[in-house]
Ligand binder design. Sequence first.
Ligand code: NAD
Ligand code: ZN
Length: 275
Amino acid sequence: MVELFERIAQRIGDGGELVALTGAGISAESGIPTFRGDDGFWTRGSTNYRPEELATWRTFASDPELVWPWYLWRLARCRDAQPNPGHTALVDMDEALGNRFTLVTQNVDGLHSRAGSPEHRSYHIHGNLERMRCSAECNANTWPVPDALRVFAKGDAITPADEPLLRCPSCDAWARPHVLWFDECYDEKWFRYRSSMSAAMAADVLLVVGTSGSTNLPMQMASQALRSKALIVEINLRESAFSDYAVQSGGGLVTGPAGTLLPKLARRLASGSSA
Ligand code: NAD
Ligand code: ZN
């Protein structure tokens, strides 16, 4: 047994609360690329776009027909992927701990939900590719990407037949992907900002899985968890921006793939504090 997992079990066994914070690394073993590497590129005509350029309100507002096909292609890839043992292990932890468990995910791929993580204990802090909302904010709803929309391959463009399906049914403005863009801010209404910070404040253990720490709210959560004396343990293939927080908290990095390590931790937690 990994020594740090034993320490997690001790803290949680005494009625403690566990917050799992996940990033793109947990879905890498399902075949969904992180943003690093060539897979992130999108090409139209002779121009290559990086996610940092495409995933912005500014780009969408000026050219929704550039941004939508990239999202619809990513959605198709995510729908083809299956949850892996890392996702399933977090469902097992949820079942073992009930309301002492909270999942906070940066992933927009829907794999945690498809694995069975309950929505009422899951905060999707960067949104969900499966849903869209009105870009003019004429109403406060999100709705599913319509089934009638065809499957997008890499390089496909929006056609006149697609366009009505990408419009708000109430006001006919463009719908937009329900995701947090690089030039937008976290909030409670769409992205559960305050709920996530409250969970970090109440956590006895913050388990950070497969994230490099390049986004803001996850780093704030780690900082808050450290101040509230939580044990911070990281699962990653390599060190990240969270590693120092983990060491300072008395925890550390467990190096290895999430799909192998999380099931070991889930089994340890299922056996209680005295195993
Ligand atoms: P990230 O910041 O979440 O970094 C990925 C991390 O995962 C790296 O630290 C890497 O070392 C680690 N990792 C890779 N494979 C792993 C494995 N098998 N086990 C454990 N750790 C592993 O990711 P990013 O790609 O830079 O994404 C930034 C943001 O973009 C995310 O926060 C997310 O919102 C979005 N994004 C989401 C998805 C998705 O939904 N699957 C994919 C790409 C990007
Ligand atoms: Zn509208």
